[in-house]
Design a protein around this ligand. Structure first.
Ligand code: ISE
Length: 308
């Protein structure tokens, strides 16, 4: 079954899945007894309503990031899931399913290169759509790096500082672009994220973890490296679809498999909540110019273990 704010698009999508019902609203779709589980990919401010409706109906729900756009909305989802007494919500932080990020985490976790000290990350977008606002550099772009940092080191972010380098001549009016976002984990690992959203040249995603006995980094090229006439060339992806298409597929397939088997998998409501709180803290740090502590509520027992 499918629905969309624009019903013509919903009808077009259902044509690709013959037999799929088209519903007038998300709530109607969630209530449909033929619907076993729900995927929410509407825009952020509508997520809370649909996720809460799915939880109330006792249906598994996969929600694109962010889980919800405010701390309070995420708390309402966490509370509803805790009251339901089982994990029903999975949040779409797809970088956790990217082969390169997984390989990087595996090296760090094995401890072969010692304890982690720092991570250097870059998140460079060639451009962003017209509806993209300046807060979205943190809420919509750095949000991925925040999730990666929490997942990579398996601990919460304790504080956020945002530095503002010289503004790029390519930046949209009113944007601090690029930004340098410093995340401090509870144990003191520092993650620096260079974020730019009008870099022009390509979609360039970088990550290097510095440990006591060595470093590990995402490979510069997923494709072939050509050496010719004294120079090296390879491809840099043109956008996030090219860079992460396989991760999106792997993420959704893993969720479908887990749901078909009667459970769920992937980032939880707690991950969605903690990341939204870090984004709010990041925006506060952007405005204040100083280090801002991240204040999280007590983690409910439902989220004490990792992947269910
Ligand atoms: C964008 O806003 C997204 O949500 C994409 O998932 C991400 O890859 C991109 O870099 C962000 O800016």
């Amino acid at each position: 079954a499918v629905t969309d704010a624009d019903l013509d698009r919903a009808r077009a999508a259902s044509a690709e899945a013959p037999g799929a019902a088209v519903h007038a609203t998300g709530k109607e779709l969630i209530a449909d007894p033929d619907v076993d589980a729900v995927v929410v990919t509407s825009w952020g401010p509508t997520h809370e309503e649909y996720v809460l409706a799915a939880v109330a109906a006792g249906k598994q729900v996969f929600c694109e990031k962010p889980l919800a756009t405010t701390r309070a909305a995420c708390e309402r989802i966490v509370d509803a899931e805790v009251a339901a007494g089982r994990r029903l919500v999975s949040v779409g932080f797809m970088r956790r399913y990217d082969a390169q990020y997984r390989a990087l985490k595996a090296v760090v976790e094995k401890g072969e290169i010692g304890a982690p000290l720092l991570m250097h990350a870059a998140h460079r977008n060639p451009s962003v759509p017209d509806h993209y606002t300046s807060d979205m550099i943190i809420n919509d772009t750095v949000v991925h790096d925040i999730d990666v940092a929490r997942w990579m080191f398996d601990e919460e972010i304790a504080a956020v500082t945002v530095l503002k380098p010289r503004v790029s001549g390519k930046a949209k009016a009113g944007f601090h672009d690029p930004l340098l976002v410093l995340l401090e984990t509870e144990s003191g690992v520092i993650v620096d994220v260079e974020a730019s959203v009008n870099a022009g040249f390509a979609y360039d995603i970088r990550g290097e973890v510095v440990c006591e006995d060595g470093t590990a980094e995402l490979s510069e090229s997923a494709g072939v490296l050509v050496k010719q006439a004294g120079a090296v060339r390879s491809r840099v992806p043109s956008d996030w679809r090219e860079r992460f298409a396989a991760a999106f597929d792997a993420e959704l397939q893993a969720w479908c498999d887990a749901v078909a088997a009667g459970g769920t998998t992937g980032p939880s409501s707690w991950d969605g909540y903690a990341t939204t709180v870090c984004c709010e803290t990041g925006l506060a740090a952007l405005r204040s110019g100083v280090r801002e502590p991240v204040e999280l509520r007590v983690r409910p027992d439902l989220y004490r273990t990792g992947d269910p």
